[in-house]
Structures are given as structure tokens and as C-alpha cells.
Design a protein around this ligand. Sequence first.
Ligand SMILES: C=CC1=C(C)c2cc3[nH]c(cc4nc(cc5[nH]c(cc1n2)c(C)c5CCC(=O)O)C(CCC(=O)O)=C4C)c(C)c3C=C
Ligand code: FE2
Length: 437
Amino acid sequence: MSKQQDATATPPDDAPRTRPAPAPDGTAPQLSRRRLLGTVGAAGAAGLVVGGAGGALGASAAQGDAPAALTTLGSTEVAFRTAGAKHQAGITTPLQASGHLVAFDLAPGAGRKEAAALLRRWSQTARELMAGRTPQADTDVALDAGPSSLTVTFGLGRGFFDRTGLTARRPVQLDPLPAFSNDALDPRRSDGDLWIQIGADDALVAFHALRTLQKEAAGAARLRWQMNGFNRTPGATARPMTARNLMGQVDGTNNPKPSDPDFDRRIFVGADTAQEWMRGGSYAVVRRIRMLLDDWEQRSRTEQERVIGRRKDSGAPLTGGTETTPMKLDATGPDGLPVIPADAHARIAAPEANQGAAMLRRPFSFHDGFRDDGAPDAGLLFVCWQADPLRAFTQIQRKLDRGDALSPFLRHEASGLYAVPPAPSDGDYVAQPLLEG
Ligand SMILES: C=CC1=C(C)c2cc3[nH]c(cc4nc(cc5[nH]c(cc1n2)c(C)c5CCC(=O)O)C(CCC(=O)O)=C4C)c(C)c3C=C
Ligand SMILES: [Fe+2]
């Protein structure tokens, strides 16, 4: 299995898995799994195994019906419901190379019944796509690609509850985020009744999922906004390492780890919630943060490192050691000043400075071309996960907003907050207990 690395180390029960190797005798199968499913359907294909770790079969679609062999990257599959846990995939899953974030509003006239039917349809399609199966009447965009670590994660925005007559059951955690001084939010690219996060290690697989789900929304929900992002391709570096962002920083180092004793309590909604349907779920905060790269790139490396409090090359704290060495926040230099400056981003965002508040950051970079002034329209699709946004994102962003050295190089241009219910059991759909309860 490919060993993809980001700061969200994958827990054993959440590990993406590769499909078994193809035929034991090494002979090429006759039809690709996707191709077969497109002709005889999922049930008929259940016993067929195609693709595998070696990638040695080497046939291409251009050679007629011969199968396209899957590499480890293409054959890696993530379970729709995380084994041994209740949450949806795409939260603790390692960062994927390609991502789409998309929000929909329920269509005029659509209510609870239509929302339930849509979420039933979407949940089943997500299961199929994540397993590498495609719909019967398909565009064939991802025909030869395999699951490629595809994840599809569904969330509900504040408006969903009004539109479905469930306002009384809306969690307080979906109360609007406060305004921050660096906000330049575009309401047309913010919020939305329904939100989907799509990630995959193959850009065609990610697009295919996006397009399939968009078509399935027809009549029930209308596209509100959509954003595209990317990360380093897994396997590009010989040694797995934490991702870099478009400012060149190692980003994700001090994320909470699933092995931390309080990880679940911080990231997932616990049994003590009044919203029983959210147990095992999480809240996602999404921000489109444009980076002012023309300004940033004029700063010296030393200045840039003091903005974060960490070295650019290794991600190690300015107080020394390696990437994983804890920051010595009270260390002072010969001038008597803190080695990690008082306004360094990592100092201000640290749990120690925020009553223990922590979130799981799982972003994608974005680049949407260049603005009229020639500056890149690029930055971070910041997605963070927490059990309680007020005590995590809002707490930390308030602090950053008051004097973080990174903030002058950033503009928050879009914002969303979504309740992401636990993954449904087989045959059920996301948010079923809410909609049918
Ligand atoms: C409100 C929360 C945060 C926003 C918004 C945010 C934006 C943002 N951050 C970086 C780059 C880095 N952030 C780093 C650490 C870090 N950032 C946050 C929170 C927000 N960041 C936290 C909670 C932490 C961890 C602090 C700690 O415990 O040490 C780092 C350092 C490496 C790491 O730990 O990940 C970098 C680099 C950018 C570029 C950005 C907006 C575009
Ligand atoms: Fe940060």
C-alpha cells in the first residue's frame, strides 16, 4: 500500500487499502473492473479482481478492451465508513493530491423529503465511487483509474435546517462565525445548505466524482459555489513528509494525531451531545484564504521564518531540533527577546495559548490563475475539523486576528461552517437519523 504522509497520521483502522494483486499467475484479466461494471453491473463483477500493486500488466485503453493496470496509487481504496470508528472518510484520511469543495442550496420547493432522497442517492453513489465502481450510464472519465484513494464527505450548512423544517434541531455549533478584521468574504462563495468535500490521488477520479454528484443533485439542489485544490502527489518524494503550502512552509506539523489520547474528544462529537444524530460526526470550517504572495516573497527567509516561528527547510522550531521537536516558547536569545517571536503564527495558534483548543487542519492549496494586477489568485482552501468550532477555530482565529505576524499576508475570501454527521451503516444514508427521526 502506498505510504502517504501528512500531519494527520492515519490510524490503523482508517488505513486506505489497496486492492489485492491481479491474477495469481500474473496473467492479464480480460476486462477492467470499471469496464465490466459498465456492461454487466456491480453484482456480476463482484468476484472479479483487477488492478494491483505491481502495475505490471501495462495495457492501455487505447489498445482496445485490454485492461489498464492499476498502480498502488490507483488501486488504493478508502472505506466510506471508517472501520472501528463512526466518522466519514476524508477527515483522518491522508491528504490527497486533488480536491474539490462544492456547496449546494436546496432547490426552490425542495424540502425534507427531497433532501432525504438526495442524501440517499449521494451516499450510495459515494460508496460505489470510493470502491472504484462507476454508474451504469457513465461518462467514462475515470474508467481506467481505480479508486485512487477517493473520499467523498458530506456536510450540512445552517440553511439546511430551515429548508427542511428542522430549525429546532439545528446544533448551536452552526451559529454563524464572528466577523474577523482580515475578512473580505464573498457571500456567493460562502455557506450553502449542503457541502461536499471530494479528494483523490487522481485528478480525473476527483473530477468524475464531482460531476457525477452534481448531476445527481439535479432538481433537488443547485450549485452554490465550487473550489478546486491540490496537494503534493503521494509518492513524489522518496521519504514521506508533511505537506508544503504555496508560501513554501511545511504545514501540518503540529496537527493533533489520532494516537493522541484526547484526539477523538477534540475532533469528533461525543456521546454527551444533545444532537444524537451527530455522535461520531465533526464540524468542518472552510475558508478560502488567498495568500499575498507578491508581498510574502519579498521577505527574506529569516523574516519568513520569524513570521511562523519555524524553519522553512525542515519545519523545525526556531528553538532547534527537528520538525517534531516541541517549540520552546519561553526560550530567549542573547538580546533577551523570545527566540520564537511573540507574534509568530505557530506560537499564537498553539493549544498552550488557547486553553488547549486544537483542530485538525486538512487543507488543499489552490491556484485560480492571476488577478488583473498580475498577482497570483492562490492560497489555501483551509479546511479544519473539530468537535466544537467555537472552542477551536473561532477561539484560535480570534487570537490570530489580534496580532498574528502571518495575517498581513492573508485575505480570508470565503467561509463555510458545516455539520458533518457520522458515516451511515451499509444501506443507510448520511443524516438519515436527523431526517427520519
Ligand atoms: C484559525 C486557525 C488557523 C488558520 C486560519 C491558519 C491559517 C494558516 N496557517 C498557515 C501556516 C501554518 N500554520 C501552522 C501552524 C498552525 N496553524 C494553526 C491554525 C490556523 N492556521 C494551528 C492551530 C497551528 C498549530 C500550532 C501549534 O500547535 O504549533 C504552521 C506551522 C506548522 C504546523 O504546525 O502546521 C504553518 C506553516 C497558513 C499558510 C495559513 C493560511 C493560509
Ligand atoms: Fe496556521
